[in-house]
Write a protein of this length. Sequence first.
Length: 208
Amino acid sequence: MNIINSYPTPIGTFEIEDCESLNKGLTEFIYNIKAVEKGSNYQHSMAGPQGYHTKEDLLSRDNPFIIEFYKKISEKIIEYYSTITDDPMGPNTKMASWGMIYGPGDYSTPHTHPLADISSVYYCKVPDGLLKEWPDSMPGAFHYIDPRPASRWDRNFATNSVKSIPAKEGTGAIHPGWLEHYVTPHYLKDDRIAIATNVFIDHGTFFK
């Protein structure tokens, strides 16, 4: 029998090579934002005792590590987009990025990124030994939910509806903005820090 797995959702995973200096710079920059901009913590989907969410303006800030990050994440997003469609991205495509600090016990609830065509997450800091502590439960992982509404009536939904990508420093994931996802907590003493990016594609260039 031939089984056809129809209607797939394109999930991209990537790794940035030789990123130690970049990750250290991004981490220090986000910690500095938290220290300077007290009271500007817009957590949105984040939850937990001490999570921190910057404003969505990282790419507009004058910081050499953010400039380098912008270049590298743009390359990954363009690579992802070119594999899922032949349509042009358009010269007026916009991007917005923000940083998130997850302390012990912090997590994010299931959510989507409304209006964003593409979203991504990049891990610039992950506690040492995170996956060694609880390899089966994958703490701090990126979990995404089967997006087909009718699948929730399937007998396998309860056991096969969520897929996971582990949190590993220097790696990330790219997905459609409408994909429902969440992040589980970790309980080591150190923080994990991620940078999320939304991409708003210039549809006017090919929808006439």
